[in-house]
Ligand binder design. Sequence first.
Ligand code: RNT
Ligand code: ZN
Length: 412
Amino acid sequence: MSRYSQAKEIYAELGVETEKAIKALKDVTISVHCWQGDDVGGFDNKEALSGGIQTTGNYMGKATTPKQLMQDLDKAFSLIPGRKKLNLHASYAIVEDGENISRDKIEPKHFKAWVDYAKKRNMGIDFNPTFFAHPMVRDNLTLSSPNEEVRKYWIEHGKACVKISEYFANETGIPCVMNIWIPDGYKDIPADRMGPRARFKDSLDQILSIPYDKEKVYVTLESKVFGIGLESYTVGSSEFCLSYSDYKGITPLMDNGHYHPTEVVSDKISSLLLFNKKIALHITRPVRWDSDHVVLLDDETKEIAKEIVRNDALDRVFIATDYFDASINRIAAWIMGVRNVQKALLFALLQPNDKLKALQDNNELTQLMILSEELKTAPMGDVWQEFLNREDIVENYIEEVKKYEKEVLVNR
Ligand code: RNT
Ligand code: ZN
């Protein structure tokens, strides 16, 4: 009897159908962030990363051209099972040699190569305006700046990105999630908290005033509690972003590195699902701060996945990864993080959720704890392996990644 057949029986005894779980996992799309491949560098300028986020490490072989990044993405995609979507930032615009393109004037044509790339691979594209690492970010401010020239510049950038997002949706035939995150904030205690937030609100209103097809472009808004050098105040706080999303009918996005360390996104999902048609997630791993370590199969990732699955919300949650580790092989980082999100979802899909809920409702909390613990050591690995086999993807990717490092990365 194969290991999978045994696992199937063990799960059946627990009240779980492994076939159903594998089928559901196959249908989940993970939006894979392009920026793990080049430490959030982008191609449109040579500015250092800013906005209170930081990549650390200096592992060899970073992609420095669109061609290299595409090649690396292909390597990673070939070792990640399931459905993928490409998540781009505006800073990944592809410009002709010597062309200087201003972010307020970017156009669909600057992303044509990405569209060609995605279409060939039957993928959709998600998009992010880039409000950081740019000379027009002044005093750490963009859409909330009191300098009208600066604010206007970034409003135009936002509008340009809505159009590009619609272009992605039209070209690929798959809706585009366009996520807005601004780094704006202050290192120290501000004298005026309302002013920047009022300007941010007005800027968003202006960006979203341009007509766009809401069935094709889902605009999401990502909140944050603090950034490096922006410790005391961020304009786009959780309250701001949730209220704004509700007021405008757009989609809130939660990044699990963007809250105080004892707060967990897993606990927030149910509340947001009750009041929003869709919600969006950036799955990352904060270690003591918003450090964007590679996602592991840890308790919180599993708990996030459980909340999505047991609330029957796989088709209501836009799941994206968001981390950037430059201290290890970047291709391996991609594969590991995305696979771990998928493994967490599989873990969630392999829970007898109705049974667990009934135990809670009947106040059989001892049994609930015993069963939950038992499930942790059930043979999920064999079901995962079966999923990989059916997807024709190797489990052990280290050799593949090492070979690629020797043949490709080392020559960069
Ligand atoms: C920053 C946010 C944001 C970025 C990316 C690059 O704290 O998480 O989502 O990581 O846009
Ligand atoms: Zn994020």
